[in-house]
Structure formats: structure tokens, C-alpha cells
Design a protein around this ligand. Structure first.
Ligand SMILES: [Zn+2]
Length: 154
């Protein structure tokens, strides 16, 4: 197995690592999509007509006590469906991060769990020690973002 395939599996994505930078407190992994086409999020038709490229930076769980930043080089495609209201759409990274999110789903889950267990400011202090710095207010927003499950009364 190639090391880039192994890293892709560890990160849980089909994106291919293109660069790796180590800093004292930070590891940066640059990733690019290897998919030849992407489905339009509105009509579902696949397109391989690239309109432009864009960069997205998202934080992930730390590695060896260092913060991990993923720099995704993604594409915008032209929708081939003339009847679709969306002419241009962005490539999605399913399973890694929500649309427009600046952290991976797994990092957001960890931060939410810290908020549920400790609250805002104490969770923020522990998060800093775990190399996933976040403000107390953001931890509370993560907790509030998940709808409460109603209790079942029997
Ligand atoms: Zn479309």
C-alpha cells in the first residue's frame, strides 16, 4: 500500500495527500481530490467540466500532540443539466466535514463532548491541553447545535 493511500485511509477520505509540513505545534496536510467528476447537489447529475478551483482549510484531530490542519484543494464544476437551477457547484467532501465547516466532523464531535462533560470554559482549557484549541463560546455553540433528543416516558 502506498503511503498516500494509507494517509487517506487514516484521514477517512478519498482525497490524496499532496504535501506535508511539520511545524513545532502544527502539522499541515495538503490534500487534493482524485475524483474525475462530482455530482451536482441539486439535480444529482455528474459533471467533469471544471469551472475553477478553490482552497478550504479545516482543522482535524491532533496527531502526536500537534494540531492538524487539512488544506483541501477542491474544484467547482459546471452542472451539465440545462434545467438545473444551480449552474456552478462546489465539490463536496462527504464524511470528512459538513458544508462550510472549518473543522472535521470528528473534531466537532470531540469538542461537543468536551462541552457536554465540562461546560464552556473548562472544556476550552482541556481542549487547549489536547491540542484542539477552541473558545468556551464555540464549545457551547457545538453543544447547542445538536438537537436534544426527547425523553421517552413510559
Ligand atoms: Zn444540477
Amino acid at each position: 500500500m502506498l503511503s498516500s493511500d494509507l494517509l487517506s485511509q487514516i484521514l477517512g477520505t478519498t482525497l490524496v495527500p499532496t504535501d506535508l509540513v511539520f511545524a513545532p505545534d502544527l502539522i499541515v496536510v495538503a490534500l487534493a481530490s482524485r475524483a474525475e467528476s462530482a455530482p451536482c447537489p441539486i439535480c444529482g447529475q455528474r459533471s467533469d467540466r471544471v469551472h475553477s478551483r478553490y482552497r478550504r482549510v479545516i482543522a482535524d484531530l491532533p496527531i502526536c500532540g500537534r494540531q492538524l490542519a487539512l488544506i483541501l484543494r477542491l474544484r467547482k464544476f459546471l452542472c451539465p443539466n440545462a434545467g438545473c437551477p444551480r449552474r456552478i457547484f462546489c465539490e463536496r467532501v462527504h464524511g470528512l466535514a459538513a458544508t462550510h465547516a472549518r473543522s472535521t466532523t470528528r473534531l466537532a464531535q470531540l469538542q461537543r463532548m468536551l462541552g457536554l462533560a465540562l461546560g464552556g470554559e473548562p472544556g476550552s482549557r482541556l481542549a487547549g491541553e489536547l491540542a484542539v484549541p477552541i473558545s468556551g463560546d464555540t464549545i457551547l455553540r457545538r453543544v447547542k447545535a445538536v438537537p436534544a433528543v426527547p425523553l421517552r416516558v413510559e
